[in-house]
Design a protein around this ligand. Structure first.
Ligand code: HEM
Length: 221
């Protein structure tokens, strides 16, 4: 036996812990982001004041950006590494595949994660840098204008709706697994765990989907 010790990040449980901890951080962000964006329902002034408030705190803003970037990278690394490890453990695929305690949401996790990664890059180029914003981009100083003119384009609204359906599925299975990794796995609590995962996914994805729809319907204009 070699004297090399195994770092926690090299073990299955270590990787799952990395996914759970970075998952908690990102769940916190998407929830806060959706709640913050609800201010669009209060009109231009309130929404732009909220954007100005966030940009008026450059220190915390950059700290949050770095933590989020690190979380996305660590989460994706651990996910890829776990998938590879599982494949290596069973190089010959099952001849008969039996679907046990797994759901549609669980099966689309890798694809969903990849789609969300592409969506995040697109979203930053749309609202943060303005590179792919349709028409005039006014920066965070008039984030409300960017919000409304963006979602008035049905194809863009469609991209956000589809991306958020994947976000909902990812959150549902992700929160469920995360609570399991964090130790909430008992027949007595599993029912509660499923409800919490569904509730969070529906609230966050549903809130986000309401924005493009509200703009297309003329509720936010
Ligand atoms: C319909 C849903 C969404 C709307 C309306 C929305 C809106 C916005 C807006 C207006 C900004 C720019 C803020 C500013 O520069 O002042 C922004 C930034 C951002 N959004 Fe979203 N967002 C949505 C969904 C999402 C989702 C689902 C994610 C992640 C999966 C996400 C991640 C981000 C990130 C990382 C930033 C960059 C924050 C920064 O400036 O550092 N957004 N969003």
């Amino acid at each position: 036996m070699s004297g090399k010790t195994l770092a926690l990040r090299d073990t299955t449980i270590g990787k799952k812990a990395i996914m759970a901890v970075t998952g908690v951080i990102m769940v916190g962000f998407v929830t806060a982001h959706m709640i913050g964006n609800l201010q669009a329902y209060s009109g231009r002034e309130v929404f732009n004041a909220y954007a100005a408030f966030l940009h008026g705190l450059p220190g915390p803003l950059w700290a949050a950006r770095l933590v989020l970037l690190g979380s996305v990278i660590a989460h994706a690394w651990a996910a890829i590494s776990l998938v590879r490890q599982n494949r290596a453990a069973r190089p010959v695929r099952y001849q008969v595949k039996q679907t046990l305690a797994t759901t549609y949401a669980a099966k689309v996790m890798p694809l969903g994660g990849l789609i969300l990664l592409f969506f995040i890059v697109y979203h930053l180029l749309h609202f943060t840098t303005g590179h792919v914003a349709p028409g005039e981009f006014r920066g965070w100083q008039d984030a409300y204008h960017n919000f409304v003119t963006g979602f008035q384009v049905p194809a863009i609204a469609g991209v956000y709706v589809v991306a958020n359906i994947f976000l909902g599925l990812h959150l549902y299975h992700g929160v469920w697994s995360m609570l399991q990794t964090l130790g909430i796995n008992h027949p007595r609590y599993n029912h509660w765990r499923k409800r919490a995962a569904i509730g969070l996914a529906v609230v966050v994805a549903g809130g986000n989907i309401s924005f493009p729809i509200a703009v297309l319907a003329g509720v936010i204009k």
